[in-house]
Design a protein around this ligand. Structure first.
Ligand SMILES: [Zn+2]
Length: 713
């Protein structure tokens, strides 16, 4: 299944393949079983018309009829059925076919045709040949993606339109021959085997000899740029207006492909193409990515999302997560892409990324909404579903990080390479990961997978009983206690001791713990200064509320968020805040500033407007930090002045309840409020964000001064 994602995703691409249980890949042992499609498609863009013939190869059981999903607004000319004599797709129309009359089915979500299987063909390998034609047209609207449309500017046939007959929930190989007027380019998954121009038409043969769930077919007057990179054909299919972006995409793709081939093994496809879509999508497909025109221009797409998508070529598009056993592929892909790029910059950004994952889990997950990684069988996850993402992406990425720390870098990447080789095009479970990591490292890891993958939850750590340092022969001895909640986890806990008078030295070590409490001692070569438990967030754990900086995420995840509308200001300004309150309403209760009760003050709060607009500031004297100035036509924050169009989202500890957060969103300009309000939620991990005309120009997270897992001697 190819999944739509929304603009402004951090992880723009979600996995392109979600295989239902009864898939033909790896596990299906019942009929009917799809082998593949041989499609012949004629497109007439000015007439909005498609004329096609699909030779479907399949193995049927003893059933009398089979159902094929199909767009029944298209007109069927004939359906023919016959035994497979050659058994090969691509040999033209097979012989020995006889015509059958399909029955149209349209009930609930079953829209398609039912075909009777003659008794002589039951239990056999057969060909089914369906010829059809018709109009597929919706006017081009750059904000709304239709299932299909055929226009002179753009031809877009998505599987949601059921533009070819298919066995529901099947996977198969595809061979797609398309004919279009000269000047158009056609692209889909697979390899471009042939491109011909004859007279006024051009034809394209794309072949994919690996199983996929469905086929998108795209045609447009693209300008194609093609490079050969080793064994891989690299393409951009961009409209002339975006041609200037081609070079940066191709260069970035080369870099990602080289890196992942080195880390994981040969790229599984023969091509990689970046295809421009006129609709606002960011889809990841086997062997190409389909990116909306506006999205294509955003710088983070080349720097993060494109790499994430290319990593999905190995994990998700080739080694496929078993849908009944938990989606491991977002966690692994995030770890090897989004996280890994931070690691390549340095240990600081890598630790900060891990810390963000722990903050997100602590902000959004409670006893009720927690779940075990192995148990997640849900479908597509949008960026707004922060609770699910904090486990599916965040916790899972940390599980791979901890696994890497246990088995070491060499075994970690060797195990991934082996898994990729062994499980190509197969449904793969967390259990397969356990087996390959155990085999590679020689360590039993059932305890690891049991506590991190098969169980929900996370350990919480407490530090106490730190003894004053004792001197012995010039060295210093310290003792400390750690505790964790029930049931205890088996943990390798990083501990960093800082020591020395002038020049501070750090001494990292790891202590092991598998019970509720433990007493540990460390030796320090000079006088200890501080003792920090897991300061770089190498362990997946539930952060103590005091370890959480004030952020919008913390307020949103707190379940008692109160959004407070202002009552002062111009009508236009109030209208802007009204719209912001409306957009944020799904995340909390909305009240006007005059309605706020005394008992509301200790809740998580999101105050809309500044002191001159919102009466709530009267109840929180001195809430705004020094250095934040609001003046006509701009905002000054931390000595920087932001001119017109500026707005700020600021999060602070609630003075009435230290563990709650007060967020403030304000601007002097109604237009700035409008352009920013819908994006706020995507910046939830920061303590402050400055926007100008709706784009973030500065952001950061306040560091915590109180950390219960750090002891100062
Ligand atoms: Zn992804």
């Amino acid at each position: 299944m190819f999944r739509p994602v929304v603009l402004f995703l951090l992880c723009l691409f979600t996995p392109s393949v979600a295989v239902p249980l009864d898939s033909s890949v790896g596990v299906q042992d019942f009929k009917p079983l799809l082998v593949g499609h041989d499609l012949q498609v004629e497109l007439d863009p000015p007439a909005h018309n498609v004329k096609a013939r699909d030779i479907i190869s399949l193995e049927v059981g003893e059933e009398e009829t089979i159902f094929l999903s199909f767009n029944t607004t298209l007109q069927i000319h004939s359906v023919k059925i016959g035994p497979q004599l050659t058994g090969q797709l691509g040999g033209g129309v097979p012989p020995a076919l006889s015509e059958v009359s399909p029955v149209r089915v349209a009930s609930g979500d079953r829209d398609g045709i039912e075909v009777s299987i003659p008794p002589a063909l039951r239990g056999k390998k057969i060909f089914l040949v369906v010829s059809y034609s018709g109009l597929l047209y919706e006017p081009l609207d750059p904000f709304n993606e239709p299932p299909a449309t055929i226009t002179p500017e753009f031809v877009y046939l998505s599987p949601n339109a059921h533009w070819y007959p298919d066995l529901p929930n099947s996977m198969g190989v595809f061979r797609v021959t398309s004919t279009v007027p000269k000047g158009y380019e056609v692209v889909t998954h697979g390899s471009l085997v042939e491109r011909k121009e004859e007279g006024s038409t051009a034809s394209f043969l794309w072949e994919a000899d690996y199983p996929t769930e469905s086929c998108y077919l795209i045609a447009a007057p693209y300008k194609v740029t093609h490079y050969r990179h080793g064994e891989i054909d690299l393409y951009t299919y961009f409209f002339p207006e975006e041609q200037g972006l081609s070079e940066s995409y191709l260069e970035a793709a080369k870099g990602y492909l080289d890196m992942y081939q080195r880390l994981l093994g040969p790229y599984p496809f023969s091509k990689f193409a970046v295809v421009e879509n006129l609709f606002p999508t960011g889809y990841g497909m086997p062997s190409y990515t389909l990116i909306g025109r506006q999205v294509l221009k955003m710088p983070f797409i080349v720097h993060i999302s494109l790499g994430h998508e290319i990593a999905h070529s190995w994990w998700g598009n080739c080694v496929i997560p078993h849908p009944a056993h938990g989606n491991w592929c977002e966690g692994l892909t995030s770890y090897l892409a989004d996280y890994y790029y931070n690691e390549l910059i340095g240990p600081g950004p890598a630790a900060e990324y891990r810390k963000d994952l722990l903050r997100s889990y602590a902000s959004y997950i409670n006893e009720e909404n927690d779940f075990a990684l192995e148990g997640f069988t849900g479908g597509s996850v949008g960026r707004a579903e922060k609770a699910i993402r904090s486990i599916l992406y965040g916790k899972a990425a940390m599980v791979f990080h901890m696994l890497r720390n246990i088995v070491g870098d060499e075994h970690f990447f060797q195990a991934l390479r082996k898994l990729y080789l062994d499980k190509k095009w197969e449904l793969t479970t967390w259990e397969d990961f356990r087996l390959v990591f155990e085999g590679q490292s020689g360590q039993a890891l059932d305890w690891f997978f049991k506590q991190w993958v098969y169980q929900k939850g996370a350990p919480s750590l407490g530090l106490g009983g730190v003894s004053p340092p004792k001197t012995e022969d010039g060295a210093f001895q310290i003792e400390f206690h750690l505790r964790q909640a029930d049931p205890p986890y088996r943990l390798q806990i990083p501990v960093v001791l800082t020591h020395g008078a002038q020049e501070k030295n750090t001494q990292p070590s790891v202590v092991e713990m598998d019970s509720r409490t433990g007493t540990f001692s460390l030796e320090s070569p000079s006088r200890p200064v501080s003792l920090a438990i897991d300061p770089d967030s190498n362990l997946f754990r539930r952060l103590h509320p005091l370890e959480l900086p004030p952020t919008l995420d913390k307020a949103l995840g707190g379940e008692d968020l109160l959004i407070v509308r202002p009552s002062g200001g111009s009508a236009k300004l109030l209208e802007g805040y009204e719209m912001a309150a409306h957009l944020l309403m799904p995340h909390g209760e909305v009240k006007a500033d005059k309605e706020v009760l005394e008992s509301d003050l200790a809740r998580g709060l999101l105050i809309l407007g500044g002191p001159e607009n919102n009466l709530l500031f009267g109840r929180f004297p001195n809430l705004l930090p020094k250095g934040l100035l609001l003046a006509e036509g701009g905002v000054t924050f931390r000595d920087k002045k932001y001119e017109s169009g500026a707005s700020i989202l600021l999060s602070l500890h609630n003075p009435f309840h230290r563990e709650k957060t007060v967020c403030i969103f304000l601007s002097q300009e109604p237009e700035a409020i409008r352009s920013t309000a819908r994006k706020l939620i995507h910046y939830g991990k920061y303590s402050y964000v400055i926007f100008v005309d709706g784009n973030s120009v500065d952001k950061g997270t306040f560091t915590e001064e109180i950390n219960p897992l750090v002891h100062y001697f």
